[in-house]
Design a binder for this molecule. Sequence first.
Ligand SMILES: *Cc1c(COP(=O)(O)O)cnc(C)c1O
Length: 366
Amino acid sequence: MRVDKAAKGVLSINLDALSNNYRRLVKQANGSEVAGVVKANGYGLGAREVAACLRTAGCRSFFVAHAEEGMILRESLDDARIFVLHGLAEGTEKDIADASLIPVLNHPDELRRYATLALTRDQRLPTALQLDTGMCRLGFSAREMAAIDERDLEAIDPVLCISHLVAAEERENPLNQQQLDRFEQRPDCLNDVAASLANSSGIFLGSAFHFDLCRPGVALYGVNPTPGYPNPMEPVVTLSAPVLQVHEVNEAGTVGYNATYAVPAGGRIATVPVGYADGYLRSAGDHGKARIAGEIVPIAGRVSMDLITLDISALPSESVRPDCMAELIFGPDGIDQVASAAGTIGYEVLTRLGTRFARRYTRSGP
Ligand SMILES: *Cc1c(COP(=O)(O)O)cnc(C)c1O
């Protein structure tokens, strides 16, 4: 049997918009190197495709979370630096070095183990170090940093020293300045090592936050790194799906599970084959919007596991038929709008989108 995957919904990823966003961030970073964060399978958009596109746009350094993500990426990227944020799980040292991945070491024991491997191989292995300046999640504390055995540092090749901002998207939050101050006071033994503090939003906090390298993720994919201000990024992702059925309401009633949405007689409901099992968050039910036949319409009632219902009563009859495409992520702030309807952040919307859709990588031009 031939099955058309597009019958389930189409996730389009505009690679031109992705490259434009990369260049936009390079301009904003004003001379600092701009890396690409492609953890969680490129924020759900396909790490291999995203990284290849960014590589062509000039990106030379990439960040993943797990060593395994790095190894997969290494197969398609032989001439770029790949940093592994989660550091050095015990027993993975050799594999990481063999795949030419750069571990971001997060505590003294990791440094000691990698230094030992470097000495055994008589090879100064490229390494990054993370300092904790306030996230309290990963990274050397100030005390651990001060206690470092310099021989361990000399055994490896420290190429980058990073820290991570807690609230960069809140421009006025005093934690930004506090973390910047702490990062600037990093120990002397790291003075000659390139430094990196800013994620997407951090790039927009001003040049003091740029250092040698910036590490944007979410802004590359079109999410607004400056909430409350206009989105400087281009939309990369759209999600659309064909209408399965247009349901004519004969008698006033309700739509969907738990009857949360009332519909009068004469109303019309369009049903679309996308649900929370596809990554469209259930909490966007009754709040989210879709676009169909050029008009914005509300989601009617709960998001089901595999279906969403749209209230198209306000549209001219006959304007929506089965197989008409409904857009579920659309417009300049599509991801942020779904996130706000679902009471979450764009990061979660993106990374939930999963693998059930037909993925199409597109270009803007003809
Ligand atoms: C995920 C991550 C980033 C990218 O953050 P965005 O907010 O998506 O730009 C940068 N640095 C670290 C350490 C991260 O974990």
